[in-house]
Design a protein. Structure first.
Length: 274
């Protein structure tokens, strides 16, 4: 067997990760055959996954631009995934070249791709770490070396907290991060939900089972009442915790969920630390 053949076979056997699934939904190239196989199964159950991924990325961009407009120039992006179009550092450094960004992901492939993209960029870096170990992230030398925790920081927890199964653990995670942030810092959250959706429970349970069995993570959607608790200690920025495309929509924005916003399956919001 050639080395190319072995590489392809190894890639096929790599554990499926949320980062590579997300990359596939966004039309990226940093995914493997196993990722694509699982993604296609999930798309059969939830055909709008590509649209949801695209809209989630667009929300992140809108939130980041808002944060820049209120003077936040430091960003800690946890669960950042694989670099694709519209990265946080590209958005913020186009406005302020010295704006600082740290990407954090548990997927080593995502981190290596990020570091390759960021080569030569002294104001942005990426580290491999687990959101379930917030203190380890806060204490990481590259995080402390790049971000000034005496100044406002934007903590981006976009499409990551629903991969933590225990809700009490999620609240502890957010609390640990909040305690390290200076006044004027912001929290950005996008979280999967099945609130108000008319769903076939057995079909949804099958989707969750498939996700658990075929990826390295679980997927735990939460209700709005659960997600809003993550903003304890923060002042919600208008319009509060809302459906995915209802957060400060732009005039020319295409919204496939306009008539049924709950079909976006995501609650999103931004909070400010007073």
């Amino acid at each position: 067997m050639t080395s190319v053949g072995r590489g392809a076979q190894d890639a096929h056997r790599k554990p499926v990760t949320a980062a590579r699934l997300y990359d596939y939904y966004l039309g990226g190239i940093h995914n493997f055959p196993a990722d694509r196989e699982v993604a296609k199964v999930l798309l059969e159950r939830t055909p709008k996954l590509r649209t949801i991924a695209r809209d989630n990325r667009a929300f992140l961009a809108r939130a980041v631009r808002y944060l820049m407009s209120v003077g936040v120039h430091q960003f800690l992006d946890i669960g950042s995934g694989i670099p694709t179009e519209g990265n946080v550092h590209e958005i913020v450094q186009a406005v302020a070249p010295d704006a600082r960004v740290v990407y954090v992901d548990i997927d080593p492939h995502a981190v290596s791709e990020s570091l390759e993209l960021l080569e030569g960029n002294q104001f942005a870096t990426a580290i491999r770490a687990d959101v379930r170990e917030p203190q380890a992230i806060l204490d990481h030398p590259r995080v402390r070396g790049l971000l000034d925790f005496d100044q406002p920081i934007a903590l981006l927890l976009v499409a990551v907290l629903h991969f933590v199964e225990d809700s009490d653990e999620v609240r502890d995670i957010v609390t640990t991060f909040r305690s390290a942030l200076a006044p004027g810092s912001h929290l950005v959250v996008a979280h999967a939900t099945i609130d108000e959706l008319i769903v076939d429970e057995r079909r949804w349970e099958k989707t969750q089972k498939d996700y658990r069995q075929q990826t390295t993570t679980s997927l735990v959607p939460r209700k709005k009442s659960d997600v809003v608790r993550f903003f304890d200690g923060f002042e919600m920025v208008e319009p509060g915790l809302v459906w995915l495309n209802a957060w400060r929509p732009e005039p020319d924005m295409v919204d496939e969920f306009k008539d049924e916003p709950e079909r976006s399956s995501f609650y999103v919001g931004v909070g400010r630390l007073p």
